[in-house]
Unconditional design. Structure first.
Length: 295
């Protein structure tokens, strides 16, 4: 299901990634359809030319994220059903990052897939990784039980459900420490660096560093009012685009599984402050743009 995977396939900060973020944030609120001209105008606020935006729209169309659709003779785009499902799942992840308690259950996924299905086995491992599962062994993966439904969807989509067994369990009993086990099952160093990069790029008083030519400050001081503007829109979209992969790769492990200097809480708190400051001004800028009279 390419639309599901596309949420991770584009590098944050790339034109295709930023365009998908704009579509995910605003196309549904615009009634499920947006004219090509308006999409180009919004992307120009991110420093992207119309030619480059149209090329990126073509990529998203080939990936079954958007469909070309004209309304009243005006060319535009709407979402595919698969993309709508992907974005709804992304909303839950992005705005409600996971955080397990010590007593929450775990999900173990055991599978044995023959060599004749090697490509499906590769896809399964790839997709389990991208939703935040850890690797205990080649055919044994672990994740919070809150992800079990997504695991079931992946197995069904790949037609591998008959080759897998799912266990729901309490905290695993490991030979060493839980922190050592977690560091082997997940690449926690990489996830921690994602959080630290986000804080460095979007923390108070630092530019966003995306290189788009629209480096906007993120004024998060108490009482600071952010006005609707291209700069507010650019800052918010770039923030969401950078953040969106973190809640997928960060499994939200309990404190006992994490190092003492884990930066997840700092990154999550900063993201929440940015949403509080920028979501409405950015949305108002988009609404004003879509309502502007045509040339």
């Amino acid at each position: 299901m390419s639309a599901v995977l596309d949420d991770m396939d584009s590098r944050p900060g790339s034109t295709t990634s930023l365009l998908r973020t704009v579509i995910g944030l605003y196309l549904r609120d615009a009634g499920g359809w947006m004219s090509t001209k308006d999409i180009v105008t919004l992307m120009e606020a991110l420093g992207t030319s119309g030619t480059v935006t149209r090329t990126a729209l073509g990529r998203l169309r080939k990936k079954d994220v958007v469909l070309q659709e004209s309304r009243d003779g005006v060319p535009g785009f709407t979402l595919t059903d698969g993309a709508a499902t992907m974005l709804a799942r992304g909303d839950r992840r992005i705005y409600n990052p996971r955080s397990m308690s010590e007593t929450d259950p775990w999900c173990l996924i055991s599978f044995s897939i023959p060599e004749t299905e090697r490509e499906k086995r590769h896809q399964l491992r790839r997709r389990l990784h991208w939703i935040g599962c850890g690797t205990v062994a080649a055919g044994l993966w672990i994740c919070p039980d809150s992800l079990r439904l997504e695991v079931e969807e992946i197995l069904a989509d790949l037609e591998l459900r008959a080759m897998a067994t799912i266990f729901v369990t309490e905290t695993p009993l490991v030979g060493g420490s839980l922190q050592d086990a977690a560091s082997k099952w997940w690449d926690l160093d990489a996830v921690a660096e994602l959080h630290r990069d986000f804080v460095r790029e979007h923390g108070t008083g630092s530019g966003n560093g995306t290189g788009s030519g629209n480096s906007a400050e993120v004024p998060l001081h108490a009482g600071h009012s952010v006005e609707p503007s291209p700069e507010a829109f650019a800052a918010y979209v770039q923030c969401i685009d950078r953040w969106r992969i973190i809640p997928y790769l960060d499994p939200g492990l309990p404190p006992a599984f994490l190092p003492a200097d884990w930066p997840g809480a700092e990154g999550t708190a900063l993201f929440s402050r940015i949403v509080d400051a920028y979501a409405e001004p950015s949305g108002k800028f988009v609404r004003n743009t879509l309502q502007a009279p045509g040339d």
